[in-house]
Design a protein around this ligand. Structure first.
Ligand code: AMP
Ligand code: ZN
Ligand code: FE
Ligand code: FE
Length: 279
């Protein structure tokens, strides 16, 4: 029975492993299908699919889009969309810019606390890729403010530490519509204990196709809750490791937190229906 990991990051966003190496590693770990779901970018997909042709593994298009949900940021996974779709590509370009603005705001907050860092250092750290808090953490580490990224999040960068982060991400309902127009399937990422049942219903109203059930932040009880919620409302369930590492770091999840290949088949079926093609 084939296994899949539908939540993986690479150097295309804030992961540490090249897209090509994520594919090779997934193959070595015995997976039959994966999706690269970098933050607000699809740039890793082409190199990943090229490498996948050398091995017996499938790479389905994916992306983890940050969306605006009330006053918060909510992560939405999108799968099997047309990577050339203009609307989706425009949205991702807007989000790339929104990420720079957001990084400026976060850095401003840290400067107010007396920390010495600036946007140019952080953008250089991101090297043209989508900037995020891990890049700010890397600069704080270089400057000796903290010893590890984890410490940076605890002290300075978590949602609790920063309060409401100012950002201009597109609202979730609009993002869902754009992904659907591109023939894609939308899944609410790591809902875990982040949302109340009332909020989950809001996401259903906004048009999500499913929930991520398997994730490192979900224990068995949460998985069962998500499965029951999805079952009642005819939603898909997906999952993956949310791998961001390189070499052996995070391997404890990569290759371990998987879903069956039927999950990929269901995504493809819904996507084909949306694109108006038969499979
Ligand atoms: P951003 O895209 O700026 O919202 O940053 C979110 C990313 O930061 C996540 O995808 C993780 O890669 C990373 N992250 C979140 N929490 C932590 C943490 N406690 N320690 C280390 N990295 C984290
Ligand atoms: Zn990340
Ligand atoms: Fe996420
Ligand atoms: Fe993720």
């Amino acid at each position: 029975m084939g296994k899949a990991d539908l939540h993986l990051h690479s150097t295309a966003s804030d992961g540490k492993m090249l897209p090509e190496d994520v594919v090779r590693t997934a193959h070595q770990l015995g997976l039959s299908a994966i999706s690269l779901t970098d933050h607000d970018t699809i740039e890793g997909i082409k190199p990943a699919q090229k490498t996948a042709r050398e091995f017996d593994i499938e790479v389905i298009p994916g992306v983890e889009i940050t969306t605006a949900f009330n006053d918060r940021e909510s992560h939405l996974l999108a799968y099997n969309f047309d990577v050339t779709n203009a609307g989706l590509n425009t949205l991702l370009q807007e989000h790339k810019r929104a990420r720079v603005q957001r990084a400026r705001w976060i850095i401003g907050q840290l400067q107010k606390k007396g920390l010495d860092l600036d946007i140019n250092e952080v953008l250089a750290e991101a090297g043209g890729r989508n900037v995020g808090r891990p890049h700010i953490a890397a600069i704080l580490k270089k400057k000796g403010y903290i010893a590890t990224a984890k410490e940076a999040f605890i002290r300075y960068l978590s949602d609790e530490a920063l309060g409401t982060i100012q950002s201009n991400y597109v609202a979730i309902a609009e993002v869902i519509e754009i992904v659907k127009q591109a023939g894609g399937v939308t899944i609410l990422a790591h809902p875990g204990r982040m949302y109340s049942e009332r909020e989950l219903l809001k996401f259903v109203e906004a048009g999500i196709d499913g929930l991520e059930m398997i994730h490192p932040s979900h224990n068995y009880d949460i998985q069962k809750e998500m499965e029951a919620f999805a079952g009642k409302r005819n939603l898909l369930t997906t999952g993956g490791s949310d791998f961001h590492g390189n070499k052996k770091s995070y391997y404890r999840h990569f290759g371990v937190l998987t879903v069956s290949i039927q999950c990929v088949d269901k995504i493809k079926l819904l996507s084909a229906h949306r694109k108006g093609v038969s499979v």
